[in-house]
Design a protein around this ligand. Structure first.
Ligand SMILES: C[S@@+](CC[C@H](N)C(=O)[O-])C[C@H]1O[C@@H](n2cnc3c(N)ncnc32)[C@H](O)[C@@H]1O
Length: 562
């Protein structure tokens, strides 16, 4: 008889009830799973396990002969994890749980248990960073607990606590060099923590006298069930037994699943070592390092960041299918692009912010695209990892598409506050024709390909400033805000020598030649260099160039609400 059958028999002999229609099987590739003979959705428990077979803190306390004071509320599973490490690795430690403990896999699927070589693939990713951040916490809770229990670790603590030591590497190498892990080694504790991460149940399902919401226990047999998103299940304690109820209707031969919760692929990968295709609970993290003063000031401008702030100068946003582009993220990017002359988040800086956010998201897409190019043919773990990277790429791609949609909507719903230079170019035929001679520009697209957009915008802004000077009224409506902004800048600007020097090259290339060649435009009104320096500032304040099309828009200073 195999170990799996042994274990089921052990459970039944000890008072468990396992519905006869459930069959457990084991394969070397996918581990243990359960299939059914056909079950209709029911409130009747399919599996019932008596208290005595559950591995809890109380059992650990009994074994170590300590009371609950030894358990730190911030590490509520440390004692029971140490106990499970002892059950698995200590020599001569037979226990009632033996058939179950024997079945707990030594080699877990989570990246913490990958070979040192496999780990190299995730170095440099957020995933590795999270792993690296978690291990010191495990080390701390383990060493504290050993001290409280007056137990000696088998590791050299001096080495383990070396500042800067990469604990992920340390544990991987320790496992590779010690075939039999001592139960009091850090690697054994990390294994046990991995067991808890991938198969423990919340203690609150058993009783409400929990030390913390995170306290957990091992629930033999039910923990042989794999996970599927949205499976309807119930865990409850009745008549001295922990009961598993599935509310799914299953056909013969179908797998009986449990539900580990609505988890992102990163959580699934780090805690369980697999990912779900098209996981609707997936998310992607975007960590941004920004000026701390800007972050401090964000709140006053209606961007509360208490959830997202991770350090003084960095924030972290989660993008998921429900919220592909959090409003606060969009607003924060608007703030990054707010000019001194602007007093808050408005249409222009929002549009520009979305553009720069898109650039960052595109880098993310490219990063994950590169990552999916790993050769995963030889390794199941790498295939899972590639799937994870691909789903990350997709989420960022969806975010980009969402940003484009948002930008389009903003342009459409605020059409009265902005005007595209393409429209201006079409309307102001006299001006457009004048460019042929000097710039060789015949159509709007040439402005982009010939890289002369800025110079032409400057000319047009000065034309607007001169609109009342032309003998003939211009035959199209010029948005008043462009003219008004010019007047405002002109009356307040302080012109430095550098500004003149900077503008000189362009100005001398154009004037006085243009005034002579095309006097009907450039020979009326004021075309002196000062006008162009003012126009340059007007351009900074009003013009937003849409990244996707390189098309400039004049945007009125307009507050917007998302
Ligand atoms: C609670 S155990 C389930 C029983 C497990 N198959 C075993 O062999 O013991 C959790 C582990 O099962 C595997 N698992 C669970 N659900 C899975 C799924 N949907 N796809 C792939 N692996 C899964 C993962 O290795 C995970 O760490």
């Amino acid at each position: 008889m195999g170990k799996l059958e042994d274990c089921i028999q052990w459970a039944v002999k000890n008072g468990s009830i396992v519905d006869e229609r459930i069959h457990f099987k084991q394969s070397s590739i996918s581990g243990i799973s359960a299939v059914v003979e056909g079950i209709l959705a029911t409130e009747e428990p399919l599996i019932q396990i008596p208290s005595k077979l559950l591995i809890t803190n109380e059992k650990a306390q009994e074994s170590f002969q300590v009371d609950s004071d030894v358990i730190d509320k911030n590490a509520p599973n440390a004692l029971v994890q140490l106990y499970v490490a002892k059950l698995k690795f200590a020599k001569g430690m037979p226990s009632i749980y033996q058939p179950y403990i024997d079945l707990l896999p030594l080699k877990l699927e989570q990246p913490y248990f990958w070979d040192w070589k496999e780990l190299q693939v995730i170095k440099g990713t957020d995933l590795y960073l999270v792993m690296k951040q978690r291990l010191p916490k495990l080390l701390e809770e383990w060493t504290t607990l050993l001290k409280k229990l007056s137990l000696e670790p088998s590791d050299d603590l001096g080495q383990l606590e070396t500042p800067g030591l990469d604990l992920v590497d340390y544990v991987a190498r320790y496992r590779e060099t010690n075939e039999q892990l001592p139960w009091n080694s850090f690697a054994a504790y990390v294994w046990s923590a991995g067991i808890f991460a991938s198969r423990a149940f919340p203690k609150i399902a058993l009783n409400d006298q929990c030390l913390s919401i995170n306290e957990a226990f091992l629930y033999p047999i039910v923990d042989f069930l794999n996970h599927k998103n949205d499976t309807k299940v119930k865990w409850c304690f009745q008549d001295g037994k922990m009961c598993f109820v599935s509310k799914e209707s299953l056909k013969s031969g179908e797998e009986l699943f449990n539900n580990y919760g609505d988890k992102s692929n990163e959580e699934l990968l780090l805690n369980y070592g697999f990912v779900q295709d098209n996981n609707q609970y997936d998310d992607a993290r975007l960590t941004l390092r920004l000026d701390s003063q800007l972050l401090d000031g964000a709140e006053q401008l209606g961007i509360p960041l208490s959830q997202e702030r991770v350090t003084d100068n960095s924030v972290q946003f989660k993008l998921n299918k429900k919220e592909l582009l959090p409003h606060n993220l969009v607003k924060l990017f608007a703030l990054v692009h707010k000019l001194k002359s602007e007093d808050g988040i408005n249409l222009r800086n929002s549009l520009e912010g979305i553009d720069s956010l898109q650039s960052i998201l595109m880098q993310k897409v490219e990063f994950f695209r590169q990552k999916t190019r790993i050769d995963a043919s030889a390794s199941r773990k790498l295939q899972i990892l590639r799937k994870y990277f691909d789903q990350q790429r997709r989420l960022f791609q969806l975010s980009i598409e969402n940003g484009q949609k948002l930008q389009k909507e903003l342009i459409k719903s605020n059409s009265e506050f902005l005007i595209s230079f393409k429209t201006i170019f079409k309307n102001d035929k006299q001006f457009a024709n004048s460019l042929l001679l000097t710039f060789g520009v015949a159509k709007f697209e040439d402005l982009i390909t010939k890289d002369c957009m800025n110079q032409i915008l400057l000319l047009w802004i000065v034309r607007v400033a001169n609109k009342n000077e032309y003998a003939k009224k211009l035959p199209f409506e010029i948005p008043q805000f462009i003219y008004d902004t010019f007047q405002e800048v002109s009356s307040t600007i302080v012109i430095e020598k550098e500004d003149v020097l900077q503008m000189m090259g362009f100005y001398q290339a154009m004037f006085p030649a243009m005034s002579e060649k095309i006097p009907e435009i450039y020979g009326q009104g004021n075309w002196r260099i000062r006008q162009f320096i003012v126009a340059d500032t007007v351009m900074d304040r009003l013009v937003w160039t849409r990244k996707l099309t390189q098309e400039p828009f004049f945007v009125k200073k307009q507050r917007i609400a998302f």
